[in-house]
Design a protein around this ligand. Structure first.
Ligand code: C2E
Ligand code: MG
Length: 693
C-alpha cells in the first residue's frame, strides 16, 4: 500500500466492477420491463462508454499518482545526497512516503569491536543510539537477505519466528525491510513499520519500492558516515581516538566563553607528560610505545567524567579539559587519581613496564584568560612537576611565570653562548683521603653570559637538555677536559691527573656516543684510564638493556664509570653488584650533617661499607670542614671533593696546586688556599669550550 494519498489498482478494479454491475443491473431491468431493442442498445452503449471512461480515468489517475509518488520519493532522496540531510530527516521522509509511523536504519561498523549506529524515527521523534554488535543485531540485519531479493515484508504472526521477534522488539505489527548495500557491501538494514494502531499491512509493492529506494539511502548513509569519519580524522588522534590539538583548542575556547554560576570556575586544563616515555620507545620499539600510549589513554579515561575532554597533543603529551568546577582542588584530585591509576605496570607484548607522569594544572580564574595562556601555564606547571622529581602534580602560580620567562631567555641565549665561547670549564680537585693529595679533578661547566652574568650548570644544563643542545655542549666539555688533562700530565709536575666528566642521559643513550668518546681519546692522546665518566643514578633505575650496553661499550674503551649523586635515585642496591661501574659519588646532602647527626653518620657509613664490599671506590662530595673529613676518614672513605679542599678552579689553579704538591709542600687544605676568585673567567682560552668546537 502506497500510503493514504493515491488509489491502488485493486481499488480501481473494485470501483469498475461495481459500476459495471450497476449498469448491467439497470440495463437488464430496462430490457425486461420495456423490451425496446433500440433504446436498450443505446442505453447499453452509453453504459459501456461511461464505464470505460471511468475505468480509464481512474486507471490513468492511479498511474499518474503512482509515478508522481515514485519520482517524488526519488527526488527527495536524491536531494539528501546532494545536500546531506541527517539520517533522522531521511527516515522521516520514508515515513511520509510509506504512510508509516516508524522507520529505522542500522549501520554496521567497520570493525566488530566498534559499535553499530541505530537511528530510529517513531511518531516524528528521532533517536540515535549505538549498540554493540551482538548476535541479535547481526541476525536482524542479515535476515533481510532472502533468496532472490534483498528485502522482505514482515507481518505479525505470518512469517518466520525471527520476523515476529524483530517486530516485537520494535513494538510493530508489520514492517517492510531492505538491505542497505553499496557496491555489493552490506552496510546495514533499512526498515519502515507500523505500530499496533495501524492495521494496514505492507504489500509486495511496498517491498519493491523500499528495495528500489534502499540503494539511495545506502549512498546517503555511506556519505554521511564518510563525512563523519573524515570529520573524526580531522579532529581526533588516530592512535588513541582522543581529541587532537585542534578539537581541544575549540573545546577550551568554548569553555572559556561559557557562563558559570557565581563562585564556580569556568575551566581547568591538565597538561600531562609521561616520564621517560622515550626510553620505552627507544628500547622496546615503537609498537610497544604505541601500546603504552593506548593503555595510558584507557586509564586516563577512567579518571575523568564522560563530558570532560581528553586530548593527545602529540608524542607522549596529553591534556584534559575540566569544565565548570567548584575549585582548583577538583582538578588536582583528577590529576592525583590519574597518577594513582598509572602505578600498576603495563603489559607491552609480554614485558611489564611501569611509567609515571608529570601533571601541570592551569585554572581559568580570570575572564581575560585565553586558550594560549591557559595551555602555556599548564605546560610551565608540568615542567615544574618534572623538575620536582617526576610523578608529581603542580598548579601554576606567579613564581612559575617568572621562572618561565627566564627559562625562555636562557634557551634563546644558550645557542649563541656556545658559539660565542661564553661557556667554559672549571675543575674541582678530588683528593685521596689517605695521602691528602689531589688525584683527579671533576670538570664543571660554567656560563658567563654577557647579559645575565654567571649562570650555574644546575640552571642551564636542564635547558640544554630540553633543547637538544646538550649533545654539542657535552661533546665540547669532553674534548676540552681531555685536552686539559693531557696538558697537566705534560706539565712540570709530570704527574697524571684523572678527569671526571658529567654525562647527561641524552648523551649516553645516543647510539654514537662510545664512538665519539673513542675518537676524542684518540685525537687528544689521553690515556683512557685517566677519563672517568659520571652518570646519574636515574639512568640505572631504568636499568634497561640499552643503558647497560652503552656503559659496557664505554668500559671496553678502558674508561672508568662513576654513579653520581648515589643514593638519591632509588636504584636497587641488590642490582648494584651486577653493574659495570667503578665508583660511587655520594652527594653533598648526605655529607652535610655527618659530623653532627648520629643517624646520618650511620647511613653514610652504610653506603661507604657497601661500596667497599662491592669493590667500588667511594667519593664524598661537598666536604666543607675538617669535622666531616675526620668522620669520612674514620669510615675509610677513599676520596673526597669539597670547598674544604678547593672550590672549582681554572686550569692554571689546578696546575699550581699540582706543582706545589709535587714539590712536597703540604697541601694546607684546611686553610683553603685553593679558593677560586668568584666569577673570574680563565685566562687565555685554556678552559673555554670554543677552541674545541
Ligand atoms: P655534581 O656533578 O654533583 O657536581 C658537584 C657540584 O657540587 C658542583 O656544583 C660543585 O661546585 C659543588 N660542590 C662541590 N663541593 C662543594 C662544597 O663543598 N660546597 C658546596 N656548596 N658545593 C660544592 P656545580 O658546579 O654547580 O654543578 C652542579 C651540577 O651541574 C653538577 O653536580 C652536575 O650534575 C652538573 N654539571 C656540571 N657540569 C656539567 C657538565 O659539563 N655536563 C653535565 N651534564 N652536567 C654538568
Ligand atoms: Mg658530578
Amino acid at each position: 500500500m502506497l500510503g493514504a494519498r493515491g488509489p491502488k489498482l485493486s481499488q480501481v478494479r473494485a470501483v469498475t466492477v461495481a459500476l459495471a454491475v450497476a449498469v448491467v443491473a439497470v440495463g437488464g431491468w430496462a430490457l425486461v420491463e420495456r423490451a425496446e431493442t433500440v433504446e436498450t442498445l443505446l442505453f447499453l452503449a452509453l453504459a459501456v462508454s461511461i464505464v470505460s471512461v471511468t475505468v480509464g480515468y481512474l486507471s490513468e489517475r492511479y498511474q499518474r499518482r503512482h509515478l508522481e509518488h515514485l519520482s517524488e520519493s526519488r527526488d527527495l532522496l536524491q536531494q539528501t545526497v546532494r545536500s546531506p540531510l541527517s539520517v533522522g530527516a531521511l527516515l522521516g521522509r520514508l515515513c511520509q512516503i510509506f504512510g508509516a509511523g516508524f522507520a529505522e536504519v542500522v549501520v554496521l561498523p567497520d570493525a566488530l569491536d566498534q559499535r553499530a549506529l541505530l537511528v530510529r524515527v517513531r511518531g516524528g521523534r528521532t533517536t540515535e543510539t549505538s549498540e554493540a554488535v551482538g548476535e541479535d543485531l547481526l541476525a536482524d540485519v542479515f535476515s533481510v537477505i532472502v533468496p532472490a531479493s534483498l528485502s522482505l515484508v514482515l507481518r505479525e504472526g505470518a512469517g518466520p519466528a525471527q520476523g515476529d521477534a524483530m517486530l516485537a522488539r520494535r513494538g510493530l505489527r508489520g514492517a517492510v525491510m531492505a538491505a542497505l548495500s553499496v557496491e555489493g557491501r552490506i552496510l546495514g538494514s533499512l526498515m519502515v513499520g507500523r505500530g499496533p494502531g495501524d492495521l494496514r499491512p505492507f504489500t509486495e509493492e511496498d517491498r519493491r519500492l523500499l528495495e528500489a529506494l534502499a540503494p539511495q539511502v545506502g549512498v546517503t548513509v555511506e556519505k554521511l558516515r564518510l563525512d563523519e569519519r573524515i570529520n573524526h580524522q580531522a579532529f581526533h588522534d588516530s592512535l588513541t581516538g582522543l581529541a587532537n590539538r585542534v578539537l581541544f583548542a575549540d573545546r577550551v575556547v568554548h569553555a572559556l566563553e561559557r557562563r558559570v554560576e557565581p563562585g564556580r570556575l569556568r575551566a581547568a586544563v591538565l597538561f600531562i607528560d609521561l616520564d621517560d616515555f622515550k626510553v620505552v620507545n627507544d628500547t622496546l620499539g615503537h609498537p610497544s610505545g604505541d601500546l603504552l600510549l593506548q593503555g595510558v589513554t584507557r586509564r586516563l579515561r577512567r579518571v575523568v567524567r564522560p563530558f570532560d575532554t581528553v586530548a593527545r597533543l602529540g608524542g607522549d603529551e596529553f591534556a584534559v579539559l575540566i569544565e565548570d568546577l567548584a575549585g582548583p582542588e577538583e582538578a588536582v584530585a583528577v590529576a592525583e587519581r590519574f597518577l594513582e591509576e598509572l602505578t600498576g605496570p603495563f603489559d607491552l607484548h609480554g614485558t611489564p613496564v611501569a611509567i609515571g607522569a608529570s601533571v601541570g594544572i592551569a585554572i581559568a580564574d580570570r575572564p581575560s584568560m585565553t586558550y594560549d595562556h591557559l595551555l602555556r601555564e599548564a605546560d610551565v606547571a608540568m615542567y615544574r612537576a618534572k623538575e620536582r622529581g617526576k610523578a608529581t602534580v603542580e598548579t601554576f602560580d606567579a613564581g612559575m611565570q617568572r621562572a618561565l620567562e627566564r627559562r625562555l631567555r636562557l634557551k634563546a641565549d644558550l645557542e649563541k653562548a656556545v658559539s660565542a665561547g661564553e661557556l667554559f670549564l672549571e675543575y674541582q680537585p678530588i683528593v685521596a683521603l689517605e695521602s691528602g693529595t689531589m688525584v683527579g679533578v671533576e670538570a664543571l661547566a660554567r656560563w658567563d653570559s654577557l647579559h645575565l652574568g654567571r649562570i650555574g650548570p644546575r640552571e642551564f644544563i636542564p635547558v640544554a637538555e630540553a633543547s637538544g643542545l646538550i649533545r654539542e655542549i657535552g661533546r665540547q666539555v669532553l674534548r676540552t677536559a681531555c685536552e686539559q688533562a693531557v696538558r697537566w700530565s705534560a706539565g712540570d709536575s709530570g704527574r697524571d691527573l684523572s678527569v671526571s666528566v658529567n654525562l647527561s642521559p641524552r648523551q649516553l643513550l645516543h647510539p654514537d656516543f662510545a664512538v665519539e668518546v673513542a675518537t676524542i681519546l684518540r685525537e687528544t692522546h689521553l690515556s683512557p684510564s685517566l677519563l672517568n665518566l659520571e652518570i646519574t643514578e636515574s639512568l640505572l633505575v631504568e636499568n634497561t638493556a640499552t643503558t647497560l650496553e652503552r656503559i659496557r661499550a664505554l668500559k671496553d674503551l678502558g674508561v672508568t664509570i662513576a654513579i653520581d649523586d648515589f643514593g638519591t635515585g632509588y636504584s636497587s642496591l641488590g642490582e648494584l653488584k651486577f653493574l659495570p661501574v667503578d665508583a660511587l659519588k655520594i652527594p653533598k646532602s648526605f655529607v652535610d650533617n655527618v659530623a653532627t647527626d648520629e643517624r646520618e653518620r650511620a647511613f653514610l657509613a652504610g653506603i661507604i661499607g657497601l661500596g667497599r664490599t662491592l669493590d667500588l671506590r667511594v667519593v664524598a662530595v661537598g666536604v666543607e670542614h675538617a669535622g666531616q673529613l675526620d668522620e669520612l676518614r674514620g669510615m675509610s672513605c677513599d676520596l673526597a671533593q669539597g670547598f674544604h679542599f678547593a672550590e672549582p678552579l681554572d686550569p692554571q689553579g689546578v696546575a699550581d696546586l699540582l706543582s706545589r704538591q709535587s714539590a712536597g709542600a703540604a697541601a694546607g687544605w684546611g686553610q683553603r688556599p685553593w679558593k677560586a676568585a668568584p666569577a673570574q673567567r680563565p685566562s687565555g682560552d685554556a678552559g673555554s669550550l670554543l677552541r674545541s668546537a
